[in-house]
Design a protein around this ligand. Structure first.
Ligand code: SAM
Length: 303
């Protein structure tokens, strides 16, 4: 595991790489992002039929998850350690209030909002240490104090039970090569009182398959198909877990007790709601492919 993960994203060159190489319109990750978008927009409509949620996107980066849910939320807040990432998010049209947070120390407080809420933690857990993982989910637990408060959606972009695991033999000892299993994610969420209620995968094939001209259409077709039918949840490289709060955080409990600390479920004062666009379908951005840009960056792809 690399120790400079948080620092990498302070650099504006890394921000540009993330937005324009990792998420170039025809990249492997953009294909995954398109599938995630279709799924998440359907999830938001089905899970919140009466009142749109407020989104809290932890480690929001360039606001990818905020852009995905645009129009289906009442308001959105992005939280990140990197001022450069937050600035880029606003520049590329992530419609949210942005908050710069510290990389360690007390758990950042989500802005108090009325229920329901949707908390997104995308592309963070894989590459950070235990302390940051715990902090991210502890943040989510504050925004989602009970079952009906809304949903937590977390991304694992290096599933240990996927084809990507084959690279473990050659890259397992490299600091940038990390893996996360479904069990790791479930245990992390469980420690904070969350139970996974849905799990979806978005790419059975690894990036290498998309890099070969003759393999790419086959891999793309199979991944589109498997994603649509919800068949890829277990063995996909990239997985989203949807969770609900089903009990208090272990830390809220007195030893051996099953009763939450008195204020664990207390509502916090809600901030006034932001004026936000009404429910609307947002057309998917048409990919604009620049033939001259670098096609991959092996370092950045693992971020
Ligand atoms: C790979 S990017 C993911 C961005 C976005 N969530 C996405 O899926 O596109 C990882 C983000 O985590 C942020 N980050 C790194 N360390 C962090 C920490 N300790 N707490 C919160 N965010 C952190 C980085 O600044 C970066 O924006």
């Amino acid at each position: 595991m690399r120790t400079d993960y948080t620092q990498i994203f302070q650099d504006s060159a890394a921000v540009e790489k993330y937005e324009h190489i990792v998420y170039a319109p025809d990249s492997y990750w953009s294909a995954i992002n398109r599938r995630q978008r279709a799924y998440l927009r359907g999830l938001a409509k089905r899970a919140f039929p009466y009142r749109r949620p407020v989104q809290h996107d932890f480690a929001c980066g360039t606001g990818r998850a905020i852009r995905i849910l645009h129009g289906l939320v009442r308001g959105a807040h992005g939280y990140d350690t990197s001022a450069a990432m937050l600035a880029k998010a606003s520049e590329v049209g992530a419609y949210a209030m942005m908050h710069q947070i510290g990389e360690s120390g007390p758990i950042p407080q989500p802005v108090a909002t009325e229920s329901p809420a949707i908390v997104t933690v995308f592309r963070l857990l894989l590459n950070v240490d235990e302390a940051v993982r715990e902090r991210a989910i502890a943040f989510a637990a504050q925004a989602l104090p009970h079952y009906d408060a809304g949903l937590l959606v977390v991304e694992n972009h290096g599933n240990a039970q996927s084809l990507r695991h084959l690279r473990h033999r050659t890259h397992g000892d490299k600091p940038w090569f990390a893996e996360l299993s479904h069990e790791d994610v479930a245990a992390l969420l469980d420690r904070h009182g969350f139970t996974i209620v849905e799990q979806r995968g978005f790419a059975l094939f690894t990036q290498g398959w998309y890099g070969r001209r003759w393999l790419r259409p086959i891999a793309g077709f199979v991944d589109d198909f498997a994603t649509k039918l919800g068949l890829a949840g277990r063995f996909s490289v990239n997985v989203l877990y949807v969770a609900r709060r089903t009990r208090p955080t272990l830390g809220d409990l007195a030893s051996g007790d099953l009763i939450a600390a008195p204020d664990a479920y207390a509502p916090r004062d809600a901030a006034p709601e932001l004026p936000f666009p009404d429910h609307q379908e947002v057309p998917e951005e048409a990919p604009v492919v620049d033939p001259d840009r670098p096609r991959t960056d092996p370092d950045a792809e693992s971020w």
